[in-house]
Design a protein around this ligand. Structure first.
Ligand SMILES: Cc1ncc(COP(=O)(O)O)c(C=O)c1O
Length: 386
């Protein structure tokens, strides 16, 4: 085989998220944990599920944790427990994954879209107040707000709590991307009245399939969610006292997560080191993400901003060099076909629209070694300066 003089002519592909890197570290332990489940055969609500709920509660300090089948189910189960339905409005940011609003619409309630802050990408408390006014003007009853801790960075939970309290709103924190982050020294999972997270494999704490969890300090709410995740059972599984769903976390997924949780803090630290290196290296060619004082992020995504029209050439140039990128999100939720008929705040959602044109995410995970990251940084510089 002839040696290549220019490695860029056949670059080694870089993963966007290096699941294999984590398996090199933890694979044998995870395989053994899965084997323990296949040996005891308690595939549904086996002992690992309860153990995981206890460990998750210990990790973030929430009083109650109820695991479930996905992040979407975590959001849905809480809204079901609160009796959200037709005639109710639930305020959602427009710059998020559709699931935030999907669960509202599924229950026959109305998502009302608010705008986000340009620096943090998270719901703007002033826009939340406008959304409440919009809901009332439409004859809806504003019942709840679902702030999202987007890309792993917490929303401004103090500002949101003040605004939501004024309007008597239930706060359901959508922390699908942010379990492990903190705000003013307090871990995500302890804000608002309840928190939902996702263990989708690409999330900072991901399992080997779908999974999610609800966090709350409200014992009654936790009991309701437990009932709803198993067809609304009462004391006995064939005594169904309310309409529920099949929403449990598989025991095998709990076993995987128990192993991953043990190294999660270490991985969060590695993600933060990688984010800091990106920020130092890219701040002169792009708008890099800013973490406000007192916040920590788990960097579910590392997302930069470029003037409209510049990101597609960047993505194409990086692709040529085996470097993947992703756009989260190319369309704000209120512009998606399934959501376009739902109300938005008066004045529209200019920040969400702008961000959707400007954002582009680079590879980010806890196994991004410095030489690989330098290759990405170098390629971004050449693409943007060339
Ligand atoms: C902000 C947000 N909310 C909710 C979800 C839904 O989580 P899941 O895919 O586990 O249902 C996701 C998942 O991507 C998400 O990013």
């Amino acid at each position: 085989m002839t040696a290549r003089t220019d490695p860029r002519s056949n670059p080694v592909a870089i993963p966007f998220i290096d699941v294999a890197g984590q398996r090199r570290r933890l694979g044998a332990r995870i395989d053994a944990a899965i084997a323990r489940v296949t040996a005891h055969c308690q595939f549904i609500l086996g002992p690992e599920v309860r153990a995981l709920e206890e460990e998750l509660a210990r990790f973030c300090g929430a009083r109650h944790v109820v695991t479930c089948a996905s992040g979407t189910d975590a959001l849905l189960l809480v809204l079901m427990a609160k009796g959200i339905g037709p005639g109710d409005a639930v305020i959602c940011p427009a710059f998020t994954f559709c699931a935030t609003a999907e669960v509202v619409a599924l229950l026959g309630a109305t998502p009302v879209f608010a705008d986000v802050d340009e620096d943090t990408f998270n719901i703007d408390a002033a826009s939340l107040a406008l959304a409440v006014a919009k809901a009332k003007a439409l004859g809806l009853t504003p019942k709840a707000v679902i702030p999202v801790d987007l890309f792993g960075l917490p929303a401004d939970h103090d500002a949101l709590a003040a605004s939501a309290e004024a309007d008597d709103l239930f706060i359901l924190d959508d922390a699908a991307q942010a379990f492990g982050a903190s705000y003013k020294g307090r871990p995500i999972g302890t804000f608002g009245h309840a928190t939902a997270t996702s263990f989708f494999p690409a999330k900072p704490l991901g399992c080997y399939g779908d999974g999610g969890a609800v966090f709350t300090d409200d014992g009654d709410l936790a009991e309701l969610v437990k009932s709803l995740r198993v067809h609304g059972h009462g004391g006995h599984k064939y005594n169904n006292v309310r309409i529920g769903i099949t929403g449990r976390l598989d025991t095998i997924q709990a076993a995987v997560l128990l192993e991953k949780l043990e190294i999660f803090r270490d991985e969060i630290a590695a993600r933060n080191r990688a984010a800091e290196r990106y920020n130092n290296a890219l701040g002169n060619v792009a708008t890099v993400p800013r973490v406000p004082d007192g916040y920590t992020s788990v960097w579910a995504q590392y997302t930069i901003r470029l003037e409209p029209g510049r990101r597609d050439p960047l993505a194409a140039a990086l692709k040529q060099e085996g470097i993947p990128t992703a756009i989260y999100y190319p369309t704000p939720v209120h512009r998606l076909q399934a959501y376009a008929h739902f109300p938005v705040v008066d004045g529209g959602l200019p920040v969400s629209e702008k961000l959707a044109q400007e954002v582009i995410s680079l590879p980010m995970h806890g196994y991004l070694d410095e030489p690989t990251q330098d290759r990405i940084i170098d390629a971004v510089h050449r693409a943007l300066n060339g």
